[in-house]
Design a protein around this ligand. Sequence first.
Ligand code: GLU
Length: 489
Amino acid sequence: MSKPVRVRFAPSPTGKLHIGGARTALFNWAYARRHGGTFVLRIEDTDPERSTKEFERAILEGLAWLGIAWDEGPDIGGPRGPYRQSEKYPQYREIARRVVAAGHAYPCFCSTERLDALRAEQESRKERQVYDRRCAGLDPALAARRVAAGEQAVIRFRVPPGETVCIDHIRGDVRFSHEEVDDWVMVRSDGSPTYNFCVVCDDVEMGITHVFRGEEHLVNTPKQVLLYRALGQPMPEFGHLPLMLGTDGKKLSKRTGDTALQDYRDKGFPRAAVVNFLCLQGWALDGTSVLFSVDQLVANFDIKDVQKAGAIFDPEKFRWMAGEYLRQEATETLADHCAPFVVGAGLCGADELARRRAWFLEVVKTEQARIQTYGELAPRIAYLFQRDDAVAWADEAAARKHAHAAQTLRDYREWLAPRVGGGIDAAALRDASKAWAQERGLKLPAFFQPVRLALCGVVNGADLFDVMALLGAPAVLARLAHGAERLAS
Ligand code: GLU
């Protein structure tokens, strides 16, 4: 029987959770759940300059928001902790000592100047830039004495000759010759361990069976697998997830859209849409289904089905998908999701919105087919909260194009006033108003656009008569009057 699955997500808290990282976490988590395994969260905070507690908190929050629960991690602990690398320096030091003692690593005393000169020389000869192993042949006892006497040294891994094959479930078996691997630095001269060293120590100690991470780490894998060998530990199986690319085929960056998970949450992308869309970056449920639930992901996820080719991240498709999820929501739920954005935009207080719940549900229903994110509702309905004599006009020019626009508003208001005393019935008013406009020989845009401008400040949007019902008769009449005045001036 194969060993129980233990996978991990190992972010460095040097920034917000990147959408690529979120996808890595999702795939690892889904794999663990599918195989009844354990999902470990490990914080790789060995870069004291760039790592912060705030970023760590933001990453944990982001994962929790996605619905990913870790079984072991820095906040909940677990049998193989600590789960923060910064808390493990004594362990790393001890492992480094053992690796040196076994002859798999050695202290290197070469100065930065020497290494720079070496690199420059190799570059001028158009050679690969590698360490020339000057210190690899030093007598170990002598080297140890120099270190003990306080001489500055890094610890380099001694790459043995040969060839290694590692299992990669996405790329197939990856074979590499050790000649391609430099005698890499495990511990810096200030005693701090490097990324490649810590990762292996941790993955070994935490009993990680499968390492699924971004393709950008492929260059590190040979260094790491050689260390497993030196430690006499079984190698995990790998899966290097394809890069996420912008629609221009280049590496994802701010230029092609938001790259932090938090940005999507803050804009009000439905969580299920985010999970669904991120999983599509390299994986598919089957050949045809685009929309799938997290349960379907967990029931079907297999690392072998992840594609090798770069995944194109298309923000337009993402928005489309967000809209699809949002439209499936019950109006009540959608209202709950949109409310914080309405309050956050300063349109009204949470209490007021709660008091006007029935009205707000009508508002949400009116816009549900038109918005793609929860955040989009607020700017679209801002007009409902403005003072009747101070509606913000965005499309004034479009409405002014129509001759006699001010007069149209005045006449319409006069016709309307006696008809809306008992409230507004949108359907009845729609038919009657259109008939009114036609009788007066008005083309529909010449009627609709000025009226909409007066009521909402724009010339496009939700059905005009639904809008009137939401505003209520007094506001409609007041806005028509003010609109006429403003257009006449
Ligand atoms: N800490 C690394 C990163 O944030 C991940 C290392 C790994 O998965 O092996 O990219």
